[in-house]
Design a protein around this ligand. Sequence first.
Ligand code: CS2
Length: 467
Amino acid sequence: MMRLSDATLGKVAAGVATPSYDRAKVKAGVVHLGPGAFHRAHQATAFDTLLAHDPRWGITGISLNSTSAADALNPQDGLYTLALLDEDVSYRVIGSIGRILTAADSAAVLAALASTDTRIVSLTVTEKGYCLTGDGTLDMAHPGIVRDLAGGTPTTAIGWIVAGLAERKRQGLPGITMLSCDNLASNARKLGAAVRAFAEARDIDLRRWIEDHVRFPNAMVDSITPATDDALRARVRAAVGLDDAWPIQREGFTQWVIEDDFAGDRPELDRAGVTFTTDVHGYEAAKLRLLNGPHSTLAYLGLRLGHVSVAAAMADPKLAGFVEQLMREDIAPSLTPPAGLDLAAYSAAILKRFANPAIEHKLSQIAWDGSQKLPYRILDTTRDALAAGRPVDRLAVPIAAWLRFVERAAALGERITDPLADRLLAAGGDWRAILAMRDIFGDVPSDPRFLSAVERAHTALADPNGY
Ligand code: CS2
């Protein structure tokens, strides 16, 4: 079968949407670090919608740690298929990505970051890609940061961003917007602080230039995007009539709320359903705590019970009931929602999305990087609950389930996917030693109410049903 590309775009099966704009006229206004599945399901799709109105917002993707996206998409001229899986299933070929560069193309990466066309640098590099310490500031002892500060070709996202900004300063280019699209509370504030700290360690004038020329709007991003598998490839081949080396699947729902704080031109992403607001915090906290917190809870409790997917975990009445109660009684009271956001309706919609039978979202995928995710997903809520004098017994359950998850892997000699895997597995069965890791837990465990709640939950979870 022929492969998807500009040359074969006309052969895409009827009923599958294709770019309605002339791809040859598109300019890359966005450089995106981390063009993985989430970026392609979410931001690249929004820009694809915008390109029908304004050709200045194409995307150049940059993969710093792998060549797989470049290998799959460059032979397809950046084209790929998005499968929207819900009650109704639909397919759409996305054309917003022009090309994908890798770390080996360092001169081209720098040129893209410092191009006059580039007005936004966006990121989906996951929590660990920011190289932060537990308090959310740049980890100056992080091996990647140490290496990049020593000079030479950068290896980290922060190192590359600062190299690009230094080049823009050198060339006297106008200001630029850095748009974080990762699941961190105050994502761009943290990015901005990290970028300025790195720049300052090199050149105080560069830091000043950044303060004057670069904006870092916070953003909340949401769309459930399970990893691509062979079943999706086959399904897309049948629907599109062409081979696609890396199609993407996601639910129908998508949301992107961006702080209205741009350095220059703001893309009219509202045409693609994006909300611009002066206060992202309320949306961000609601999403991280009410969606991602329960997601991680389902992952660690569900895997222990032998469930494979989110939908299967949601079909377990006890587990679904626990998560619903956690959201209603423990998480929602920690939130101050923005005007118009009804937390009960928002929670109900999330639970319905989790139960979506059209997608198979693996719990093992969500279980990755627990040390990086739990602070934003569960611990912020726990800290607020302790401060307000509310009980933390249920909130301690996902923490204890994660401790059991690490313990099990250590006992079986299995690897876990986590940047702190070595330290976590070395601590093995000693859950107290893990709780003492301040870069994960901060000072939360110094509160005896939390410590005893985790101890009780951990003991009870000797039985996978003991929550
Ligand atoms: C998930 C998220 O993998 C995970 O940890 O919780 O990727 C989640 O699906 C998205 O944030 C939804 O927007």
